[in-house]
Write a protein that binds this ligand. Structure first.
Ligand code: ADP
Ligand code: GLC
Length: 472
């Protein structure tokens, strides 16, 4: 089978979060299973773009309302990712440093999707499945089915994977002229609550809809940021497939970002050396348990609760624990996390920004990883933490509930709590300290979690089965 993934991000070309990790790994594992998987994404101006060789494979043009655009599709020449990576260059629109966060993101991602569909319509042969990810690519199935110029693509099966239903790509009906000529009787496919809603449109038009954990799929039926009725109506084509992690990138035995490589047989020494480096770099006492948070500083991740939780936890522990935060996002949360730094020198530190290398060092060197998420469709951090022998301390929701078992239960290895609240976080930090002081149980818990198999293999197969169910 030949699968084309359409996405805004793909690691290592461009990453803002877990979407990139998934789109950088799933195609690789689909190739291992004997299929041809390809990715097409916008040509963001990243280091990977400049460090690699590219060839032009297509040049075309399209109109978006009264604007005309030329576009170029380039392909990475050396098969570095073990699958074909294509980027869409639209001068002035897509060739920018950041992936998101511009005032004209609506126009940028609309243009990206039109260019991809236009390119597809010119292919001599067609992929067997088009797999679109999140709202930035969710209008592609609609365009393939309803735009007059692309209707010959309508027979190709499509699947939409929702990585996060909080973001839907809403745009006013005044932007409808951006979409290439389409059958306006079908306006209802674009509409949800009187706006154009690309994610809702994708759910209506794609042959199958998946999300990134079974638990989150269940939650979407009653908590989907306004799309609950739609999910209930389309239930029959929806399923949850748990994300995996890429063992060729996330493995403490071969990770080149960390100071000392280790595996399940020598994790105690390996983790101790990596912890020492982190503690030296951030001024912590190595004797104290080290709790870290890594992530986007947005409402869903509940990082806004951390300053208060850290204050109370430090008071309770009489200063006998350390906290390190790596993240970027909402300015108010960034500032709050930076301001408290001066109060607790030696116990708390933060790095505001994006730092891939430091994230690996934190998974390896920390004792505990905090994830108090309000919403967590899957979450990859907890799986990386487990792979690196770092105990996940998570709110039991979405994918976190599907992947972390509390160490109080049989074969458990994590610390789970129910509410995204300061109280629950503080209580769980307390449980973490207790576990840290019980070296025998801690070693057992670490061993158990390092043995859990979260590789992509099983889930990559599940996607192939899903494609087969719609293969025409
Ligand atoms: P989400 O996609 O919602 O952000 P995930 O848990 O699925 O959450 O994936 C987050 C990914 O982004 C992980 O690979 C994590 O290590 C990485 N990440 C998040 N914030 C940062 C940061 N500031 N620096 C480096 N890596 C980060
Ligand atoms: C989203 C979700 C996260 C998930 C990731 C990859 O960003 O917030 O939970 O792990 O996508 O699917």
């Amino acid at each position: 089978m030949e699968i084309l993934h359409v996405s805004a991000e793909c690691y290592p070309m461009a990453k803002a979060g877990g979407l990139a990790d998934v789109v950088g790994a799933l195609p690789k594992y689909q190739q291992h299973l004997g299929h041809i998987a390809k990715v097409v994404m916008p040509m963001h101006r990243t280091e990977f773009l400049y460090d690699n060789e590219w060839e032009v494979v297509h040049k075309g043009y399209f109109s978006m309302a009264h604007y005309n655009f030329d576009f170029t599709i380039i392909r990475e020449k050396t098969n570095k990712l073990h699958f074909d990576l294509y980027c869409v260059d639209i001068h002035g629109l897509l060739d920018r440093e950041k992936i998101y966060g511009y005032d004209d993101d609506t126009e940028r991602f609309m243009a990206f999707q039109i260019a991809v569909t236009e390119w597809l319509s010119k292919w001599e042969h067609h992929p067997d499945v088009i797999h679109v990810h999140d709202h930035h690519a969710a209008l592609v199935p609609f365009m393939m089915q309803q735009c007059f110029a692309y209707r010959h693509l309508a027979r190709i099966p499509t699947i939409l994977t929702i990585h996060n239903a909080q973001y839907q790509g809403w745009m006013g009906w005044d932007k409808v002229t951006y979409i290439p000529a389409w059958d306006t009787w079908k306006w209802g496919l674009l509409d949800w609550a009187n706006t154009i809603n690309p994610l809702a449109c994708g759910i209506k038009c794609a042959d199958k809809v998946s999300t990134v954990s079974p638990g989150y799929m269940n939650e979407l039926m009653y908590a989907a940021n306004g799309l609950e009725n739609l999910f209930n109506y389309e239930k029959g084509k929806c399923s949850g497939i748990l994300n995996g992690i890429d063992y060729s990138v996330w493995d403490p035995a071969i990770d080149t970002y960390i100071l000392d490589n280790y595996s399940i047989s020598d994790f105690e020494d390996g983790k101790a050396l990596n912890k020492k480096k982190l503690c030296d770099d951030f001024g912590f006492d190595i004797q104290n348990p080290l709790f870290v948070f890594i992530g986007r500083l947005v409402n869903e991740k509940a990082a806004d609760l951390l300053p208060q939780a850290f204050r109370i936890a430090l008071e309770k522990a009489g200063g006998k624990c350390s906290f390190l935060v790596l993240g970027s996002g909402e300015t108010a949360v960034e500032q709050a996390l930076q301001q408290i730094q001066h109060n607790w020198i030696g116990f708390y530190n933060s790095q505001i920004g994006y730092n891939e290398k430091l994230s690996h060092q934190m998974y390896a060197g920390a004792d505990f990883l905090l994830m108090p998420s309000r919403v967590e469709p899957c979450g990859l951090n907890q799986m990386y933490a487990m792979r690196y022998g770092t105990v996940p301390v998570v709110r039991s929701i979405g994918g976190l509930k599907d992947t972390v078992i509390d160490y109080g239960g049989e074969n458990g290895y994590g610390i789970c709590f129910n509410h995204a609240s300061v109280d629950d976080i503080v209580y769980s930090i307390g449980r973490g300290r207790e576990l840290y002081n019980n070296k025998i149980t801690l070693a057992k818990v670490r061993k158990t979690m390092m043995m859990v198999n979260n590789s992509w293999e099983t889930s990559a197969r599940k996607y192939i089965d899903l494609y087969k169910s719609i293969y025409k």
